[in-house]
Design a protein around this ligand. Structure first.
Ligand code: ACK
Length: 222
């Protein structure tokens, strides 16, 4: 009946606790502010504005709501593998549990701003192995050969008219370049870590100290 049809959420994921949300928002805004002032960034401004004009990155990226790391996008049951995922033993067992997520990098592209999440073995039990979330990113074919959980991220902001689903795609693109052996151009040692440029507006800051973020495994209905 209609009730069953809406019993699956829009997505499952880890929802960052509010105390750490504020800290991450501060850290990420500081990063954008600094990135904006770097000569190396200014040199590649055309990737962002189509012109060599200044952009205010803090304005450029719109916040996208509660900070979270999606494990499975279910689309209320319409997404492939949604029901199977919801019935996984690990999903039932860990529902409502608190985890420590490790945010290991920040990345910026002309479309999205996000944090890479490095999952532990335990956390990978909640990653959809069957539907293989990596392969859902059809626009990144080579991503299929990346390790499970490579797509794990927290969306921090999106450019105008860009959907949050793009953040994971952008991360996979960067990781695919790394896997193909592209070193990128190490442009700067920042306080937070090493900043690398991967071309066409793709920037990655590997955090010297990963940010440990407590998060609750749950679901979002909207
Ligand atoms: O930022 P996100 O991870 O990207 O969190 C949102 C959340 O689900 C609600 O929209 C993510 N999302 C949307 N569509 C998909 C999809 N097809 N595959 C994986 N994640 C998706 C989006």
């Amino acid at each position: 009946g209609p009730l069953e049809e809406v019993s699956l959420p829009l997505y499952f994921g880890w929802f960052l606790l509010s105390s750490i949300q504020d800290k991450i928002k501060c850290t990420s805004m500081d990063f954008l502010k600094t990135l904006d002032t770097l000569e190396a960034f200014k040199k590649h401004l055309i990737d962002f504005s189509g012109k060599a004009e200044e952009v205010d990155l803090e304005q450029y990226f719109q916040p996208t709501g509660i900070l979270h790391c999606t494990t499975k996008f279910c689309n209320y049951g319409k997404a492939e593998g949604a029901k199977e995922y919801a019935e996984k033993q690990a999903v039932k067992d860990f529902y409502g549990s608190i985890f420590d997520l490790s945010l290991s990098a920040l990345f910026v592209t002309p479309r999205t701003f996000g944090a890479r999440v490095s999952l532990t073995e335990e956390q990978l039990q909640l990653w959809p192995a069957d539907a293989d979330a990596e392969k859902q990113a059809e626009s990144v074919p080579a991503a299929a050969s990346l390790p499970l959980g490579s797509r794990a991220h927290v969306t921090l902001g999106c450019a105008e008219n860009v959907e949050p689903v793009q953040t994971g795609v952008d991360l996979l693109e960067i990781l695919t370049l790394q896997q193909e052996g592209q070193q990128g151009e190490q442009v700067e040692e920042m306080e937070l870590g090493t900043l690398t440029y991967y071309g066409t507006g793709k920037w990655l800051l590997n955090l010297r100290e990963p940010i440990s973020a407590p998060a609750c495994f749950s679901s979002f209905y909207g």
